[in-house]
Design a protein around this ligand. Sequence first.
Ligand SMILES: [Mg+2]
Length: 237
Amino acid sequence: MIELIGFDGDDTLWHSEGYYQAANAEFSRIVGQYVDLDDAGVRAQMLATERRNLALFGYGAKGMTLSMVETAIAATGERITAADIHRIVEMGKEVLRHPVELLPGIREAVQAVARQAQVVLITKGDLFHQEKKVEQSGLSDLFHRIEIVSEKNPASYRRVLDEFGLPPERFLMVGNSLRSDIEPVIRLGGWGVHMPYHVTWSHELDHGLGEDESHMLSVDGPDDIAAAVEQLMARAG
Ligand SMILES: [Mg+2]
């Protein structure tokens, strides 16, 4: 019996990754004025720096901005100007300031699922930024609870479920990231509805899920979420 449904925030309820990718494109343009991006392997260097810094900064735009500054200094052999560093910092602020834009049909999807079970929002990233997005989304009234976590792994999902006193088999997560939203929940014995977003951060592409997980369904968009949840509920018995 599935009793609790979790929804991811970024790229599930509202658009997010596009803003990060636009900032990355602008970052490449700036650093590209100093070095050949491909020769210097700047994009790979940026991803490696971000991954290394995750343990220190956590997820989100602030960590990305600092990683961009670090990568730009290293990739240009410390030749990048203060004016260009300033531009990078401003880009990071733009990502933090972007207005919250909901995915079409997502409010109706959450409402439909909320008629079947309790719904919670489980999102990861910078606390301040996430709180602001939740508030601006106008969706917070639909959720029984809102959890902002620093990492989405089996341990963090287990902690949330322990607070509900619920075994993982009674939990289903809806999200765009197989790595963060689906795999850890399925590893615990729970259920997942995967709704891919049109762009995905490279870091989120790594996952160990098979092709035909019986505890998971994929949907094309918000309109199909409620039906997929219902189908998995029937499967769970
Ligand atoms: Mg997401």
